[in-house]
Design a protein around this ligand. Structure first.
Ligand code: NAD
Length: 283
């Protein structure tokens, strides 16, 4: 029987480290600040924003939230991003995605200053993450997974890692971060054949699909580590991940729960990135 590995101790540890860095910056008269840019009133965005604001307050990081109308024009939206780019009191910018249809992400992603782009929207950061350039910002969620693996002493060198999902926010950057830790990585997606067979070769299995409880115990190798990134609602209206946690725990050595797993670490990574951006911007 495996153990549930929770996100809270990981988040607490990161928060403590960030707090002490913020105190050091404060003593030199510097106040790190995160600017959130939200278009519209999507429930998911607002829930994440609430968590992020709470975490920033805990860390001593200042915040600002720009809430923009759902029908904002592309030019006005770009203008708002540029204002935050040039605002010297702002060190990190988080833009909620997906954006409404009238806003062309393929243009907008180039506008946010890569040095303030703490959640890997700008392709400059995507390229840096691909190259393994440590000055880049990987997206917060896959970074949170790496923090969890590190905290629970899961060494990835030479391990078979299977990532389920290939999105730009989770799956792809996750695979690259695993590769940088010397894992042998397989990426699966909606067209992958024999998903359970491929997954069951993994020493570390990361599920980032967005399908409630799709990962059964047949997907899991004996003593594997299973990381559940999915956030879904089950038939009873309860929050759940992509993994059937209880049955996978019978086979795996460790499984992250949902809720209280990866999601609870993401905002502390966001705080860590804001402080890192601040330190490099003031150099
Ligand atoms: P997405 O919809 O952009 O991507 C889903 C990926 O899963 C795609 O690459 C697709 O090919 C793959 N996929 C879909 N069905 C599949 C199937 N049957 N078999 C194999 N692969 C399949 O989603 P996303 O933004 O990458 O998010 C994935 C999940 O992670 C969602 O549940 C989302 O809510 C959650 N999420 C959690 C956090 C967090 O902080 N914990 C952050 C972001 C996303």
């Amino acid at each position: 029987m495996g153990i549930l590995i929770k996100g809270k101790p990981v988040a607490d540890k990161i928060t403590e480290d960030v707090k002490s860095e913020v105190r050091n910056l404060n003593s030199s008269g510097i106040q790190p600040k995160l600017q959130i840019i939200r278009v519209g009133e999507r429930e998911d965005d607002i829930a994440y924003e609430r968590g992020a604001l709470k975490r920033m307050a805990k860390c001593g990081i200042l915040t600002g939230v720009k809430t923009l109308p759902i029908d904002i024009s592309q030019d006005d939206f770009i203008e708002q991003i540029k204002l935050s780019n040039s605002d010297e009191t702002v060190h990190g910018i988080l833009i909620f995605r997906p954006l409404p249809k009238q806003l062309d992400e393929s243009i907008i992603k180039y506008i946010v200053d890569p040095n303030k782009d703490i959640d890997c929207f700008n392709p400059v950061n995507v390229a840096k993450v691909t190259e393994g350039d440590k000055t880049g910002f990987a997206p917060c969620t896959p970074s949170a997974v790496m923090e969890i693996l590190d905290y629970y002493d899961v060494d990835l060198t030479g391990k078979n890692v299977v990532v389920l999902g290939r999105s730009m926010v989770v799956g792809k950057p996750q695979a690259l971060l695993m590769l940088q830790k010397n894992a042998t990585v397989t990426i699966c997606h909606s067209k992958t054949k024999n998903l359970s067979e491929v997954a069951s070769k993994a020493d570390v299995l990361v599920a980032a699909i967005g399908k409630a409880k799709l990962v059964l115990k047949e997907f899991v190798k004996e003593d594997a580590v299973v990381i559940d990134v999915g956030i879904n609602v089950d038939d009873e209206g309860k929050l759940c991940g992509d993994v059937r946690t209880d049955e996978c725990l019978e086979i795996a050595s460790m499984v992250t729960p949902v809720p209280a797993g990866v999601g609870s670490v993401t905002t502390s990574v966001l705080a860590k990135h804001v402080v890192r951006a601040c330190k490099s911007l003031i150099k």
